[in-house]
Write a protein that binds this ligand. Structure first.
Ligand code: SAM
Length: 355
C-alpha cells in the first residue's frame, strides 16, 4: 500500500481572513496558542515500526520533492509571524530533522526571534552536529530511544541502528550544553514494555528526563491497536514499586508530559498519556508541515495551506490574519473523542506533520 501525504485543503483563491484585532488569541475552547512544531523534512533514516513502517515507507514511497518543501527563509518568516501572535516555543522535528542539510543555519535564523528553540531527534546524527547546533542557538534537545536492549532497539528502529550511537549523541549534546535532555521512549505492549525499568534506571540521577509515551494512533499506517498501548498509570506503578515516585506540578500550563519525581532525590521522569488520559483541554500546540500546511491537531485529517500565501506574495499581516483565523476557529479534541472507529480515519502521517 502506498500512502500519499494528505494534502492541505487548497486555500488559494479564497477570500482573505478578516483582520486580527489583536489581544490574547484563543480558540473556540478558550485555549491559547503557545507552541509551534515545525517539520523540516518528511524523510527519516529510521523506519520505526510504529511511525514509518518499512512496508509503507519503502523505496517506492514518494517523499516530498525539494521544491515542495518550505525553504529555511520561508520557515523563519512564518515562525516570526507565529511568534508575533504569541508563540513562545519552537520545536524542530520531522521526519528526522538532522537529515535536512545545514539545520544549524535554520536555527541561527530562528535565534533572532528570541523564543525557546528545541529539537526532537532520533540521535543518530547528533554526535557530529551537537556543537554546531548549540553555537547556532539551539536551547535544548529531546532524543528518542525506545530501548537500551540492542536487539529490541534495532528491531524497533528497523534500520539496524545501534543503541551505543544514540547514547554517544546524548552525551555529545549534554557536553555541548544542550541539556538537561529529554529521552523519549514509546512503549508498546509485548515489544519493549519489559525494558521500562532499565530505561528509568539508566537516567536516574543524571539530570536527564526520560519520558514514557503511550503508543498512539497517529497516521493510518502503524497498525495501532488499543491492546498494544501500555497505560501510563501502569508504568508509574511499575517504576514506583522499585523507586517510589511522587507527582509534581507542570512547568507551565499545557505541558504535554505529566511530571513525577523520585522520592529519594533521583530526579524526575515524565509520562505522555495521550490515549488513556487525553490532555486536549489544555492543548496549545500547532504543527507546520514540511510543505507549509498548518495543522491544529496531531490527529488531523487536513491542514491549512500557508505556503500558497507565502509564495503568492501575501504580506505578513495577511498571513497573520490567516493563522489567527485558523486558531480562532479551532475545535480539535481528537484524543477526548477517540473511539475504535476514529482510529480508522485517514489521518495525516506523523513524519509529514511533525512529531
Ligand atoms: N525523528 C525524530 C525522532 O525520532 O525523535 C523526530 C520525529 S518523531 C515522529 C517524534 C517523536 O514521535 C518520537 O519520539 C517518536 O518516538 C514519537 N512517535 C512516533 N510515532 C509515534 C506513535 N505512533 N505513538 C507515540 N509516539 C510516536
Amino acid at each position: 500500500m502506498k500512502v500519499i501525504p494528505i494534502a492541505a485543503s487548497s486555500d488559494r483563491g479564497r477570500t482573505p481572513a478578516p483582520a486580527f484585532q489583536g489581544g490574547a488569541l484563543a480558540d473556540t475552547l478558550g485555549r491559547p496558542m503557545r507552541d509551534l512544531r515545525i517539520s523540516v523534512t518528511d524523510r527519516c533514516n529510521f523506519r520505526c515500526t510504529y511511525c514509518m513502517p518499512r512496508e509503507v515507507f519503502d523505496s517506492g514511497y514518494k517523499f516530498l520533492p525539494h521544491a515542495a518543501i518550505l525553504s529555511f527563509e520561508e520557515i523563519a518568516r512564518l515562525a516570526g509571524v507565529f511568534v508575533g501572535l504569541g508563540v513562545q516555543k519552537l520545536r524542530l522535528t520531522g521526519g528526522e530533522p538532522l537529515v535536512r542539510r545545514d539545520l544549524p543555519g535554520l536555527i541561527s535564523m530562528l535565534k533572532d526571534l528570541k523564543v525557546e528553540t528545541t529539537l526532537t531527534t532520533n540521535g543518530s546524527l547528533l554526535a557530529k552536529n551537537a556543537v554546531q547546533l548549540k553555537k547556532a542557538g539551539l536551547d535544548r534537545v529531546t532524543v528518542s530511544l525506545d530501548s537500551l536492549d540492542e536487539a529490541t532497539f534495532r528491531a524497533m528502529n528497523d534500520a539496524d541502528f545501534p543503541v551505543a550511537k544514540v547514547l554517544e549523541g546524548i552525551d555529545a549534546a549534554a557536553a555541548a550544553g544542550l541539556g538537561p535532555l529529554k529521552v523519549n521512549m514509546v512503549v508498546k505492549r509485548g515489544v519493549n514494555d519489559e525494558h521500562v525499568l532499565a530505561m528509568a534506571e539508566r537516567w536516574r540521577g543524571t539530570g536527564h528526563i526520560v519520558r514514557f509515551i503511550e503508543f498512539m494512533d497517529v497516521g493510518s499506517t502503524n497498525g495501532w491497536r488499543m491492546d498494544d498501548v501500555v497505560p501510563s498509570a501502569e508504568i508509574i506503578r511499575k517504576i514506583s514499586a522499585r523507586w517510589p515516585l511522587e507527582a509534581i506540578d507542570a512547568n507551565y500550563p499545557g505541558e504535554v508530559a505529566e511530571r513525577w519525581r523520585y522520592a529519594d532525590g533521583g530526579g524526575e521522569i515524565g509520562v505522555i498519556s495521550s490515549v488513556t488520559q487525553a490532555f486536549c483541554s489544555s492543548c496549545n500546540r500547532m504543527r507546520l508541515s514540511t510543505e507549509g500546511s498548518l495543522f491544529t491537531c496531531l490527529f488531523a485529517q487536513s491542514g491549512h495551506d500557508l505556503k500558497g500565501l507565502l509564495r503568492g506574495g501575501a504580506s505578513d499581516e495577511e498571513i497573520r490574519n490567516e493563522i489567527a483565523a485558523v486558531w480562532q476557529a479551532r475545535t480539535d479534541r481528537y484524543s477526548e473523542v477517540r473511539t475504535l472507529q476514529t482510529k480508522n480515519l485517514k489521518k495525516v502521517e506523523m513524519s509529514y506533520i511533525g512529531g
